[in-house]
Ligand binder design. Structure first.
Ligand code: OAD
Length: 232
């Protein structure tokens, strides 16, 4: 069996990383136009670097929860049985990897990677984003930005993701509001190809009606129970 799992901020909520659109979510406290667009970075790079430095600090103190661990177990056991788990996340945290998932596709980039805004070189970096940092590839400063896909930029690995989705037997969406495209459209694409679709969330998402199986509750409880059933 080939399972395509899409995760969003809800899978990391119980690890203490804030979601975006829930009550008290990140976008209720910050204007995304200021901190999550190329134009915002051009206007005020210091504000954008401070925002992502705070997120890097939060991530350093976070740990994977039972949902991340269950998905790592599903990957290991499906692979051992000749199946496949394709784990695509909108999250920029590395909690899936820290839980033991071996292959994670970060369609919105990674917080612990810095990108040079001049030459687009990327490098692993959990330190502080600073204007003075010289790019290891081109040597220029003033260009350090997080390797995170901002609004108005194209998500990463889209050809590979579309290919994996078309080959799946089951599409599962976990902890995402279903309001940010292209990820929000995956369920409609899956259903159009005759692929069964399952939603796991605290509450029905914006496109809950498209799914044919739904489980509601905290990811740390619902995901391990669902994995247990899948492996039986
Ligand atoms: P949102 O904040 O929009 O949605 C979080 C979803 O998680 C909601 O549907 C909640 O109901 C659900 N949720 C919250 N706590 C949960 C829990 N404990 N267990 C299960 N579900 C829970 O986050 P995303 O949909 O991931 O992009 O947001 C998508 C993108 O929008 C993000 O990747 C980010 C953001 O702007 C960029 O920054 C480019």
């Amino acid at each position: 069996m080939k399972i395509f799992v899409l995760t969003g901020a809800g899978v990391s909520a119980e690890s203490g990383l804030g979601t975006f659109r829930d009550k008290d979510g990140v976008w209720t406290r910050y204007d995304l136009n200021d901190v999550a667009t190329p134009e915002g970075f051009a206007r005020n790079p210091a504000l954008v670097r401070d925002f992502y430095n705070a997120r890097r600090a939060n991530l350093a103190g976070a740990a994977p929860n039972a949902a991340h661990l269950a998905l790592a177990r599903l990957e290991a056991e499906l692979t051992a049985r000749g199946g496949e788990l394709y784990l695509c996340t909108q999250n920029v945290d590395d909690l899936h990897e820290r839980a033991g998932s071996l292959r994670v596709i970060h369609m919105h980039g990674e917080l612990a990677v810095t990108r040079c805004n001049h030459c687009q070189a990327t490098w692993s970096d959990t330190g502080v984003l600073a204007a003075e940092t010289a790019c290891p590839a081109c040597g220029r400063d003033q260009g350090a930005r997080p390797h995170v896909v901002w609004f108005g930029e194209t998500p990463l690995f889209m050809d590979e993701i579309e290919d994996a989705l078309s080959r799946a037997d089951l599409f599962v969406s976990i902890g995402t509001s279903g309001s940010v495209y292209p990820a929000a459209g995956f369920v409609t694409e899956a259903r159009a190809m005759g692929i069964a679709a399952c939603e796991i969330n605290l509450e029905p998402s914006a496109n809950a009606y498209v799914f044919d199986e739904k489980h509601y509750g905290p990811a740390s409880e619902v995901v391990p129970a669902w994995v247990e059933r899948m492996l039986k």
